[in-house]
Design a protein around this ligand. Structure first.
Ligand code: ZN
Length: 356
């Protein structure tokens, strides 16, 4: 953690303190949408498959749940990957993946599948285990809510790389191979896949950039349109509108630009819960909010966390005509809506409070 040389500008915006919302976060920020290593789903649902099939254009994200009859209709195949994990994939997605993999090998790029499908039941079991072990708050922050992970569909695939015969499976290692990912991404649409979690679109997808998470949509033409336009699946389906988002990081003597960018990504992941809202501006509130008083206040909201740093951002956004399921007013222009994030010595930024 960075040491802070803070000038004591003791000005506290009492107004903003009073106005800050009291909502605690319902969901984690940018928790990766991958399936845990302990997940060894091997209950093939092929025998339960139905003739009418699944909707390959289904949207499952933090605000759109897996259809109830999905798992009954789903046909999957299960195989063992190079690190000896069992992986379950929707049937057609698997065929398309094998073609993509063969094509990539011609270019000297080797990939395998880290994880694909996880059942809702399995996700619930993990949620229950985490709740028992660490409490409900921690579980809600760490584990994707059962029913709301794209991995339930069997159509979301997490790739990993094999470079010089070595399996590269950790996210922080994989992300460094930008040239390899460029090659992979350039071929996705040819096989009906799209890249799902785009860099900079966290406020729409709810996830940070994941070059390895691809999604099968069973339509090469649609995949090409989505890829060529550089839009998210949500935007293609009309669930989100693109706006020219402006981010003002201000001038901080406490935090580096990278620190503030990390915080903004967490904020944006949380914002994705406001489905259909158009985010226009994000502004750093300034170093003046990093006070002992604010630190005490933020620690009271989450007594176990032991936060050592706190930041505030303002946002401007417009809500859609339908905001049911949220506390937001419909078709409303929100100005200076506040987001408070904090971090501990060891962990990244978390949204702790937001609102007016
Ligand atoms: Zn994933």
């Amino acid at each position: 953690m960075k040491t802070t040389k803070m000038k004591s500008k003791v000005f506290i915006s009492i107004v903003s303190l009073l106005l800050v919302g009291v909502f605690m976060i319902p969901l984690a920020g940018c928790t990766a949408d991958n399936t845990a290593k302990e997940s060894k789903a091997n209950t093939s649902a092929a025998d339960k498959a139905k003739a009418d099939g699944i909707d390959y254009m289904v949207l499952v994200n933090k605000t759109n749940k897996l259809p109830d009859d999905w798992e009954k209709k789903l046909e999957t195949v299960t195989f063992t990957n190079s690190v000896k994990d069992r992986v379950e994939v929707e049937k057609k997605a698997y065929d398309a993946y094998l073609k993509l993999k063969a094509d990539l090998e011609k270019d000297g790029v080797k990939v395998d599948l880290d994880s694909a499908r996880r059942s809702v039941k399995e996700q619930q079991r993990i949620m229950d285990d985490f709740t028992k072990e660490y409490g409900a708050d921690y579980a809600a922050k760490t584990v994707a809510k059962p029913g709301y992970s794209e991995h339930h569909t069997g159509l979301a695939l997490d790739l990993y790389l094999i470079v010089d015969g070595k399996d590269i499976t950790e996210n922080e290692d994989m992300i460094k191979y930008t040239d390899i990912w460029d090659t992979i991404h350039s071929k996705l649409a040819d096989y009906g896949f799209i890249l799902r979690y785009l860099d900079g679109k966290e406020h729409i997808t709810g996830y940070g950039y994941e070059p390895w998470h691809i999604r099968y949509i069973d339509d090469v033409n649609k995949a090409k349109v989505i890829t060529d336009k550089g839009i998210t699946f949500e935007e293609y389906l009309g669930k989100a509108k693109s706006a020219d988002l402006k981010i003002d990081y201000g001038k901080s003597k406490i935090y580096s630009k990278e620190d503030l960018e990390d915080a903004v990504i967490q904020l944006k992941c949380q914002f994705a819960n406001y489905e259909g809202s158009v985010l226009k501006n994000i502004r750093y509130a300034g170093d003046k909010v990093f006070t002992n008083k604010n630190l005490k206040w933020i620690n009271k909201k989450d007594p176990e966390a032991k936060y050592t740093q706190v930041v505030e951002f303002f946002t401007d956004f417009h809500t859609p005509k339908d905001t049911k399921g949220t506390t937001l007013e419909p078709d409303h222009e929100y100005k200076d809506y506040q987001w408070w994030l904090a971090r501990t010595e060891d962990d990244g930024w978390q949204v702790v409070s937001f609102g007016y």
